[in-house]
Design a protein around this ligand. Sequence first.
Ligand code: IMP
Ligand code: MG
Length: 190
Amino acid sequence: MSDVATLLFGREDIRRRIEELGRTITGDYAGREPVLVSVLRGGVMFLADLFREIRLPVSVDFMSISRYGDAQESFGRVRILQDLDRDVGDRDVLIVEDIVDTGLTLAYLISVLRARRPASVEVCTLLDKSARRIAPLELRYVGFDCPDRFVVGYGLDFRERYRNLPDILAVEDPAALADAPDALLPHLLA
Ligand code: IMP
Ligand code: MG
């Protein structure tokens, strides 16, 4: 382990938690056919694993959005880069997110989706960094509470790097990582 980052959630913890989430979602949505909406790109890893633990006829769709600069400065203004392929009117929508931080991105996304008159909109996030929440949100399903730290791995990136780490690491020293962006590459071999 380097000093730059420490292990926060290991792959086995993640796998077990996703199994539990899948069971809960399967029970809650019994008799329905939810559509899982994944936000590119960080959410796809979680989606792929969660999806296979939901024993219902589910469909998936994708959306790509970008914030205007930093969350605080953009104050939730988000641009849709790629919209869903299908209409979600009268559907049970479950948004699958990697992490909810300020919540501004998700609050915007929920408002966009609600305007399309779905039967329901709920959120399943792997990580909840609630200490930094600005937009009040109800998160129906949460994998883990996340400390107020920058995290990478399992879909989460540092400048597009490290999404493919199987574990989730907390970056101890973001400045050091900015200076040496390859510092965590050894973790890819661990
Ligand atoms: P929010 O609008 O502040 O909730 O932004 C959430 C988005 O910011 C997530 O979907 C991630 O793409 C990104 N993000 C927030 N915290 C982290 C982190 O610790 N590591 C990597 N990406 C993060
Ligand atoms: Mg995201």
